[in-house]
Design a protein. Structure first.
Length: 397
């Protein structure tokens, strides 16, 4: 909850059922949009407290959903990006159903040196299409290929041949039997080298062990034959790829710092001073007290509190978040805060959702609650403020 603040996460496209799940067929598209803020409360224990390289992606159960396009802050983003604490990253990803099944899809924000943080997700049902799945891609030369099975035969041929070479090498040294004089009974060399670790450890580092019967001249010849065979295999593969695919470019690395969004330039509506974060483990009730000062020239109201994957909204309010990740909270006193006014707000939250998402850090070395508090003015303009406050769990003796 101190790493990434997720807001305005939406899944559009396909058919939405009564449970809020999305249904598409193979080859059909959905669009995942949202905003991820790299929070100023980023822990010092992750990425040395200075996240610099990030990567926005999706997370699901294997290659079930295919991403065909991604933009960050309005710019096409094929790879990783340079990031900075406190910045907003507005992303949009075009996703295509690939493997039939029911998949839970999440936005994901990976940071080099820290790992990946999941955002709120949604169930996506992918139904089988009559013609199966295709992933057409237009190459530099104008030719269109299907990435689902392109050059699959060549891949299998080289994989199998390479596997056979490796299998021969393993069987030579581990299988077969030897005669009483130490010579192998078949083309396989037997297990003498593998099953004599005491001898192997007692001879000098660069000694091949021929003098003590660990290896033989036959083993040397076998090694040379494998070396020649492997070299020929690699040479044939190199010649084949050079003749079959004469036009190619190296895999490209695209890394840049996305431009700032309008969210980075939004003037703050409020100043927030957290006073208390109180948690009752038995009832799972979370209570937070905030001192809020309206620093705008318009009345403001608290619109939502977002922490990790969960979004809490006042009763009667609304927010943009996937079904299942929206929860209500009690805010008192209710009503607008006038310009220049300082108001103490109490947020009462049912902590069951927090416990289910493992967001109550009662067993960690740092008991902290953090997140984004979003305010809205009379014109509908929104602005968020980060909060962080030590958590006080009230355990019964």
């Amino acid at each position: 909850m101190r790493t990434i603040g997720w807001t305005d996460i939406t899944f559009t496209g396909g058919q939405i059922d009564q449970k809020g799940e999305t249904t598409i067929k193979q080859g059909e598209f959905i669009t995942l949009k949202g905003v991820a803020k790299l929070m100023d409360t980023w822990p010092d224990t992750l990425a040395a407290g200075q996240p610099e390289i990030g990567y926005i992606n999706i997370a699901t159960q294997g290659p079930a959903i295919m991403m065909t396009e991604r933009t960050v802050n309005g710019v096409s983003t094929p790879g990783r990006i340079e990031v900075e604490r406190g910045n907003y990253y507005s992303f949009e990803m075009k996703l295509m159903g690939r493997r039939p099944g029911r998949w839970h899809v999440h936005p994901l924000y990976a940071v080099k040196g820290a790992g990946s943080v999941l955002g709120p997700g949604q169930w996506v049902n992918v139904e089988r299409s009559a013609g199966g799945f295709e992933a057409p891609v237009t190459l530099y030369n104008g030719k269109t290929i299907n990435m689902e099975n392109y050059a699959l035969t060549e891949v299998w041929v080289f994989q199998v041949l390479g596997f056979i070479l490796g299998l021969i090498w393993i069987l030579y040294w581990t299988a077969g039997k030897r005669n009483p004089d130490g010579s192998p009974k078949s083309w396989m060399g037997g297990k003498r080298t593998v099953t004599n670790p005491a001898v192997t450890l007692s001879i000098p580092l660069n000694d091949d062990g021929v003098a003590v019967g660990l290896n033989s001249k036959r083993d040397h010849r076998a090694c040379n034959m494998m070396l020649v065979g492997t070299t020929i295999f690699l040479l044939v593969g190199w010649i084949y790829q050079a003749s079959a695919y004469p036009v190619k470019i190296p895999q490209q690395v695209v890394q840049f710092a996305p431009p700032e969004t309008a969210l980075d330039a939004v003037a703050p509506l409020a100043k927030v001073d957290p006073l208390l974060a109180d948690y009752e483990p038995d009832s799972r009730a979370l209570s937070m007290e905030l001192n809020v000062t309206n620093i705008s020239d318009s009345p403001i109201t608290l619109a939502e509190y977002t922490t990790s994957t969960l979004t809490f909204i006042p009763q009667g309010g609304s927010a943009t978040a996937p079904v299942g990740y929206q929860q209500t909270m009690q805010v008192s006193p209710s009503g607008a805060i006038q310009p220049g006014q300082t108001q103490k707000l109490t947020l009462k939250i049912d902590g069951n959702a927090l416990v289910e998402e493992h967001l109550v850090p009662t067993s960690e070395s740092q008991l902290t609650m953090a997140g984004l508090v979003v305010f809205k003015d009379a014109t509908g303009k929104e602005a968020s403020v980060e909060i962080e406050e030590p958590l006080r769990p009230r355990f019964k003796e």
